[in-house]
Design a protein around this ligand. Structure first.
Ligand code: HEC
Ligand code: HEC
Ligand code: HEC
Length: 135
């Protein structure tokens, strides 16, 4: 009798453990699907904001941008020397959508994308660090 209760408890404990592990594995697997959050570009000018959440809320999916327009790696676009307004006006990078049809045009509403140095400091809270620079 006592033994039987013990094994029942053991089984329940095992079931609970397997459940917890399954949740853990699920979370670990889900991590690959996480979007890139808020990205702040600083090259060539400081600073331009791109927010994944706001774009996904527009009904865009990952394939709308990755990997044809943007790599899933922050810094890829900035690494090239053509991450400029001229490229955007030609329909590259953000300009693929920010053309006045799919989304507001790249030659309008500058400050919606360009948050400036103040905006950068606000988003990153590294204002004091930045002041040490020579910019
Ligand atoms: C509207 C365009 C757009 C959409 C839609 C989009 N992304 Fe991105 N994503 C970007 C841009 C821009 C970057 C930065 C690329 C760069 O710096 O060259 C980026 C970067 C990333 C990064 C790298 C982040 C890092 O810290 O290096 C990941 C991961 C990522 N995206 C995942 C996703 C996933 C997952 C989805 C779908 C849920 C998604 N993205 C949808 C534009 C987009
Ligand atoms: C796949 C299409 C697509 C691409 C690529 C894209 N956007 Fe957008 N973006 C949209 C749409 C759609 C909206 C919402 C409609 C509107 O405001 O005209 C939007 C809105 C925005 C907004 C206003 C909302 C907010 O987040 O504050 C900003 C800023 C913005 N985009 C910046 C960028 C930047 C910077 C890039 C390039 C790094 C970029 N977008 C690339 C489609 C895109
Ligand atoms: C859809 C978002 C978006 C809008 C709107 C936008 N820009 Fe930009 N801009 C960018 C991105 C992205 C870069 C490259 C990343 C960086 O410099 O941080 C950039 C870079 C620049 C640069 C440096 C590169 C170059 O082309 O010389 C200047 C200057 C600039 N923008 C001016 C403007 C002005 C002026 C406006 C309004 C007429 C404007 N931008 C509107 C996203 C935008």
């Amino acid at each position: 009798m006592k033994r039987r209760i013990f094994s029942l408890e053991l089984i329940l404990a095992l079931v609970a453990l397997v459940g917890i592990m399954a949740v853990g594995v699920g979370q670990a697997m889900g991590e690959g699907d996480e979007d890139g959050g808020k990205i702040i570009f600083t090259k060539p000018v400081k600073a331009v904001v791109f927010d994944h959440a706001n774009h996904l809320a527009q009904g865009l999916d990952c394939e709308s941008c990755h990997d044809e327009i943007f790599q899933m790696e922050t810094g890829s676009a900035e690494a090239g020397d053509d991450f400029t307004m001229a490229s955007l006006y030609e329909g590259k990078y953000c300009g693929a959508c920010h053309d006045g049809e799919t989304a507001f045009a790249s030659n309008t509403r500058c400050t919606v994308c360009h948050i400036g140095v103040k905006g950068y400091n606000k988003e990153t809270s590294t204002g004091t660090e930045e002041k040490k620079g020579h910019e």
